[in-house]
Design a protein around this ligand. Structure first.
Ligand code: 4AD
Length: 457
């Protein structure tokens, strides 16, 4: 159907004034008076609506209800403050579908919680229009960054036979149910689709390392799955994961890459989404734009895990989770470090080996590994990464200490046998990046259909 995006008219009004156009969209508001009626129309391509001014004349005008979908043919004229609006008569308006009075988005100002109960409709509100445009622009910026720097975009498998993070958080993939007919677990898995136990991947990293040792620089951008029982505002069972992996990269290089990439994508967002950022600044986080401008023009902070523990201990804060060297940093600790101590994005490095994954490079102190997490104000951790252990014997020892089944990792171990190289990378949670860039507080509000423990639709 021939029509023009409302965004085109709104962003370049002078190009359209005086011409006839056809636009399609949904009625956001409607006002009706004796001789003239006003419709605010939105087709989703822009945060802003276009106003249709209907000269009722002698014609019969049936006021469209909020949510009704229409096509309007009319003349673009100059409105107030250099905007464009469309002049039409009743016969220029064609209704595709009425929206009866039980259309839930009649009024403005619904709570995010209420809107969460209707993921199929909430995209039609300003907030979600802005969230998903930011999401789309950020995705493109991430691809651009890596493509400009010679990375290969690698699609790693979603169904896997090995657990990358080793935290027991894999969803199982099966086509048969367990029954007493199987004498052992092994028999059961042998009869299953893949002939062995399979699950949804928690990370593309292990295959990413195989890519990096072939193509030098790769990145993945796809879903990861975690069956962790964490019903928090920052955990999803299905999230989108960006994982660069690079040969000949040490921990400092990983940190430099993460900072450079984030500055690039946030800079691009400021340029491409000024309306959306202004919207979030006004309605969700005062000072958001200034925070982004500050981030792209200053260095991120850097601290070791051991120093971070000292800072937390000295803080005098009454944390729910006690702080001791060796403990995992909880969100409350992460936010204290980034919000109260550094007041900006901060890399925390060199964590105790016991709380990190088997593949991380072991530091000479024998106690810590060359790991890095990036903590940001408002969210906490958005990136987790490391330099990888590339010494075959040390890697085997770490895996044995964790009682891992080495047979499942034979391909991975081959990388340490054949031309092993220092390498590293990180994982960025896409939804956490969107939370950080929009100021949205709940991860369920930055993905179209959130999957969380106990909730799917
Ligand atoms: O720290 P994580 O577990 O690291 C890895 O998966 C590594 N294999 C990454 C790598 O080095 N290639 O996860 C990385 C990031 C986290 O910092 C977080 O942003 C996000 O993935 N993440 C989640 N996001 C939403 N919901 C969850 N349940 C998440 N779990 C991790």
């Amino acid at each position: 159907m021939k029509h023009i995006d409302i965004k085109e008219i709104i962003s370049k009004p002078s190009e359209f004034i005086g011409s006839s156009v056809t636009v399609c969209g949904w009625v956001r508001t409607s006002r009706n008076s004796k001789s003239v009626a006003f419709i605010e129309l939105n087709d989703g391509t822009s945060l802003r609506n276009i106003q249709v001014v209907v000269d009722k004349g002698e014609g019969e005008y049936k006021e469209p209800r909020v949510g009704t979908s229409v096509r309007v043919e009319g003349l673009v004229v100059e409105g107030r403050n250099n905007t464009a609006e469309i002049n039409a008569v009743p016969g220029d308006i064609f209704v595709f579908g009425d929206a009866p009075t039980d259309y839930p988005l009649q009024k403005k100002g619904h709570t995010l919680e209420f809107l969460r109960s209707m993921p199929h409709l909430r995209g039609r509100t300003n907030t979600f229009n802005a969230v998903f445009r930011v999401r789309s622009v950020l995705a493109q910026a991430i691809h651009s960054y890596f493509q400009q720097h010679n990375y290969v975009y690698l699609n790693t498998p979603l169904i896997t036979g090995s657990d990358c993070e080793g935290a027991g958080e894999m969803f199982q993939v099966t086509t048969i149910g367990y029954s007493s007919e199987y004498k052992s677990e092994e028999d059961y898995y042998a009869a299953d689709f893949f002939g062995r136990k399979a699950g949804l991947s928690v990370s593309g990293q292990l295959e990413g390392e195989m890519g990096a040792t072939a193509f030098g620089k790769i990145y993945t951008f796809g879903p990861s799955f975690r069956a962790e029982n964490s019903n928090t505002p920052k955990h999803l069972a299905e999230f989108w994961h960006i994982e660069p992996e690079v040969a000949f990269m040490e921990l400092d290089d990983v940190i430099e890459l993460a900072e450079d990439m984030l500055k690039y994508v946030i800079g691009d967002l400021l340029e491409k989404c000024p309306d959306e950022i202004a919207f979030f600044d006004a309605h969700f986080e005062k000072g958001l734009k200034a925070r982004h401008e500050e981030l792209i023009s200053h260095d991120f902070a850097r601290v070791t895990y051991t120093e971070a523990i000292e800072l937390l201990k000295k803080s005098g804060e009454d944390f729910v989770y006690p702080v001791e060297w060796g403990c995992d940093l909880q969100t409350e600790h992460e936010r204290y470090i980034s919000e109260k101590v550094f007041k900006k994005a901060v890399f925390v490095t060199d964590y105790p080996k016991e709380i990190k994954s088997f593949y991380m490079k072991q530091n000479p102190d024998g106690k810590t590994v060359a790991a890095v997490d990036l903590l940001v104000p408002g969210v906490g951790e958005i990136i987790g990464g490391s330099e990888r252990e590339y010494d075959y014997d040390k890697l085997i020892t770490a895996m044995k200490e964790r009682e891992m089944n080495l047979d499942l990792y034979s391909d991975y171990l081959d990388l340490r046998k054949f031309g092993s190289v220092p390498h590293g990378g990180f994982g960025l949670g896409f939804e956490r990046l969107i939370m950080y860039t929009t100021g949205m507080q709940n991860i369920r509000d930055v993905i179209f259909f959130p999957r969380t423990v106990g909730s799917i639709r």
